[in-house]
Design a protein around this ligand. Sequence first.
Ligand code: ADP
Length: 334
Amino acid sequence: MSTRAPAVLARKLIKTYPGGITALNGMDITVETGKVFGLLGPNGAGKSTTVKILTTLARATSGEATVAGHDVLRHPDRVRRAIGVVAQKSGADPVATGRENLQLQGRLYGLTGAALNRRADELLDRFDLAGAGKRAVKGYSGGMQRRLDVALGLVHRPDVLFLDEPTTGLDPEARAAMWDEISRLAGDEGLTILLTTHYLEEADRLAERIAIVDRGRVVVEGSPDQLKGELRGDAVHMELRAEAGRTSLAAAVGGLPGIHEVLIEGRRISARADDGAAAVPVLLAALERAGAVVASATVARPSLDDVYLRYAGRRFSEAQDDRTLEPATAGGTR
Ligand code: ADP
């Protein structure tokens, strides 16, 4: 493959599962070689389906994709040799030791003898598993198992590594360790990483480019800073003591100077403000006039959650596992 070609290119991927579920609805992805690319979206957004198609484990209903320059449909075998896959569920044999798992995986890719042993040791060292290499995997902690999974994905020195939700289920400490590990991998020459995650913080920390996915397609893409920078000013969030009439609330807070993109969802009100600190008393007064009692108010610099809210028209946490929820936007961009 030419070094200029993107490591991953997906165009207009559609995937319909039996029963009529549209998991992908025109997914477009371009990942440049050597970059860490984050596919960020709530559960059910279509991240795993995308990974399955790109790693040749599933076929798209329509659309096309190449990975490491190879077409996933025409040359699935070439794609498989060029990629490492760390699936959500561990592929390690729990009864075998970490070292045996690495050796087995290496043999599958044609490594033998001293080269195989060297590679297994190298990876055990690299992932801080040298001391545990001779122990059965079932005795490993969650973090150790996950590190072994990544090591298994790297045995054959792939060009592109897919990490599907690499830290889901890990405790905060193991998650932080895995983040360090992935950051280190990103420094490996030429290795491209496509990572899926539903953790905003994870994408923010690890990915150089992020595509935010919602309902089977990319709603916005850019570097984390670019995405956050697109949002004007501060994010102001308020919570009312009790739900109030939407129409009267919208009338009360609409058109206030320096306050934009007001979104009302039940008891929660979010807005963007040129100056967050100045906006709070203005909003409080307006809400009070409308008879609403504010229980809490926060001002924050824009986060990826705010980016998601802006482009998907709903809050990230609310989109999780809820694909039927209709966005309650006030001036959303969908
Ligand atoms: P994510 O990885 O972002 O959580 P998925 O790609 O797993 O999302 O799922 C996207 C949508 O497709 C969801 O609505 C999910 O329920 C559905 N889906 C995924 N796999 C299957 C399958 N094998 N059969 C039917 N529906 C599926």
